[in-house]
Design a binder for this molecule. Structure first.
Ligand SMILES: Cc1ncc(COP(=O)(O)O)c(C=O)c1O
Length: 334
């Protein structure tokens, strides 16, 4: 079976745009910076998970599932896009959401992605601190089974080998856009957390015969070696599925530390500056949890001279802006 024969349901508006960040370059100097607009994948606010869900929901339907269960933080973008995909396909959707971030404003607890989850018809199971997601999953699946429904479980972030296929496809899309414009990117830079986006890109570029660096800015936790190992294993698993003769490139996984701050979902000063800079210079919205911290990483690399003036960098905007307003207090000076 070739890559194009794999079961997939079209959910994303793709190809997403590849735009030059000209004003940012004028401001910064240094390399040309491009942005790949995966915040505009089109499904109920967009974001990177929509591409993964094209393959995950196809697999769910192929297995005869009529209910989908997944996990995330309270303001999970993955959960919101899963709820939207399920609404579109007529599947029941259960979201098991954990209180992973120490924020307790009304907005954080009821607005942003959570409001959208409810509008999209998902059943939200909000866990208490210390409550085990596995127990809730067991109960939800048992309820579906008792009602004659078959459940399909998507892991946190949609980051298994099936979900990562969405970013194999995105890598090919980006390779075509770069070829058309004569761009030879020195690196693609993006927020990495559960690793499926990075693994899919690495596998996809490998398939395309490209050695483009993929730099994941760790916005997840302080164990980058474990995250890098997970991404390496997932890249190998994806390649073994779609191109058994091709091994992952050695030492290709780059996970960059230094931009997480105190933890997942906790604002940093560099994130606030990056979000403000891109909004005021480019009219472009980033988010506080993922793309804002990733952009802070890109800006710091440019500032410390990690790239030369003639390089082209691609920032993959993975979305997350539906959570921006629930972080209003992080932007007191804007
Ligand atoms: C907006 C946004 N960017 C980046 C990521 C990270 O993608 P991945 O989980 O594939 O590493 C996520 C994951 O939740 C996300 O919601």
């Amino acid at each position: 079976m070739t890559f194009d024969d794999l079961p997939r349901i079209a959910l994303a508006h793709a190809p997403t745009a590849l735009e030059a960040l000209g004003s940012l370059r004028e401001h910064l100097g240094g390399p040309r910076v491009w942005i790949k607009r995966d915040d505009c994948t089109g499904l109920a606010g967009g974001g990177n998970k929509t591409r993964k869900l094209e393959y995950l929901i196809a697999e769910a339907e192929a297995e005869g599932a009529d209910a989908v269960v997944t996990f995330g933080a309270l303001q999970s973008n993955h959960a919101r896009q899963t709820a939207a995909a399920c609404a579109r396909r007529g599947l029941a959707c259960d979201l098991i959401l954990v209180p992973a971030v120490p924020r307790d404003s009304d907005g954080y607890l009821t607005g942003g992605n959570l409001l959208l989850d409810r509008l999209l018809g998902a059943r939200v199971h909000r866990l208490q601190p210390g409550q085990a997601p596995a127990k809730v999953l067991e109960r939800v699946l048992a309820e579906h089974a008792a009602a004659g429904r078959r459940g399909y479980v998507i892991p946190t972030g949609g980051s298994n080998a099936t979900g990562a296929l969405g970013y194999v496809r995105a890598a090919r899309e980006l390779a075509i856009q770069c070829r058309e414009r004569g761009i030879y990117p020195a690196a693609v830079i993006h927020a990495t957390s559960t690793g499926g986006t990075q693994a899919g890109l690495l596998a996809g570029f490998r398939l395309e015969g490209l050695s483009t660096r993929v730099i994941g800015i760790n916005v997840y936790n302080d164990d980058s070696p474990a995250l890098a190992a997970r991404i390496e294993a997932l890249t190998a698993e994806v390649l073994s599925r779609i191109a058994p003769g091709i091994a992952p490139a050695a030492d290709a996984v780059e996970v960059l530390d230094g931009f997480l701050g105190e933890g997942y979902g906790i604002p940093t000063a560099a994130m606030v500056d990056a979000v403000g800079l891109l909004a005021s210079r480019e009219g472009l919205l980033l988010d506080p949890v993922y793309s804002g911290k990733a952009m802070a990483g890109l800006l710091a690399m440019v500032e410390r001279g990690a790239f030369v003036e003639d390089d082209d960098l691609i920032f993959l905007h993975t979305g997350g802006t539906p959570a921006l307003s629930v972080y209003a207090s992080a932007f007191p000076d804007h």
